[in-house]
Ligand binder design. Sequence first.
Ligand SMILES: C[S@@+](CC[C@H](N)C(=O)[O-])C[C@H]1O[C@@H](n2cnc3c(N)ncnc32)[C@H](O)[C@@H]1O
Length: 322
Amino acid sequence: MLPENLKAGIEAEISNLSLRELGETHADLSKRYRKGDRSIEKQYVSSQQHRQAYLSARLPATFAAVYRVLQEIQRVIPALSIRSLLDLGAGPGTAMWAAGSLFSDLESVTLIEQDPAFIAMGKRLASHALSHALQAASWQQKDLQQVCELSAHDLVIFSYSIGELKENMFSSIIDQAWQQVRQVLVIIEPGTPQGFRRIRASREQLIKNGAHLIAPCPHADRCPIQDPDWCHFSQRLERSSTHRKIKQGSMSHEDEKFSYIAVSKIAFSLPQSRIIRHPQRHTGHVDLRLCTDNGKIETVTFSRKDELYRSVCKADWGDPLF
Ligand SMILES: C[S@@+](CC[C@H](N)C(=O)[O-])C[C@H]1O[C@@H](n2cnc3c(N)ncnc32)[C@H](O)[C@@H]1O
């Protein structure tokens, strides 16, 4: 799924480090994220080795989550045409690569990122891209928490970035971003209870601002998922041998858990429901945990007798049922 030219760019960026160094730095970075430790320079990613570890061990997973979310949006809006992208808290430009893989009409990209070294890395990676939009992207070193002029774009994305903003800044930054959306706003967070709480709060705020839901929710009523439960999804991604060694894992894949919300300026018809857990498959029937268009969570059993049984058997966690 990760574009070959992006893989080549990442290999070039990490070539001066041994797998042991990348593995140790990745372990340190994961610990900082888990503990909420931003002691050095108030950033989680705060050294060049951290950035290199991020590229090799986290970017493939955040790319996979963004790609999946954009595909879910395309399922609801098949004719969606995205010409311009604004990526807020862009890091090395992960979301731009995912959007570039899916929207062939992408013409211009603006990336806002506070860290100049991530920007330098992102520009070097983009030099490997085939797309002119990615190569010519406008990188702007800005702190989203300072007064920050943003301009209107078709698609605006926060990918794994709102959780790094101060809680008291959060809602004003989302308001500001929403004002710059021409078509679609996407917010993706880690699929943890904290990540989901931020997504649920953003959802409420955006609905109050007149946003129309695209995914994952099939309705705009109050979110039926309350603490300690959380709404999240999972995207499987292949691990390269480097990726596997850095994470000291034996599996050839990993499952990235994420929570998200996608909204638009105009209303589209939504699916009847969305599968919010792994389907429980049994002989002759399948149980699906669904968020439904009546604003409720329901477990529904489909048996061989049901008309939808064949299509439901192929459906997976996160898929919509139309
Ligand atoms: C976890 S990384 C995500 C990077 C990328 N969006 C991705 O999905 O891989 C979070 C990024 O948000 C950036 N960030 C955090 N707070 C920011 C702020 N106040 N202004 C601009 N960028 C910020 C960080 O520097 C970091 O690059």
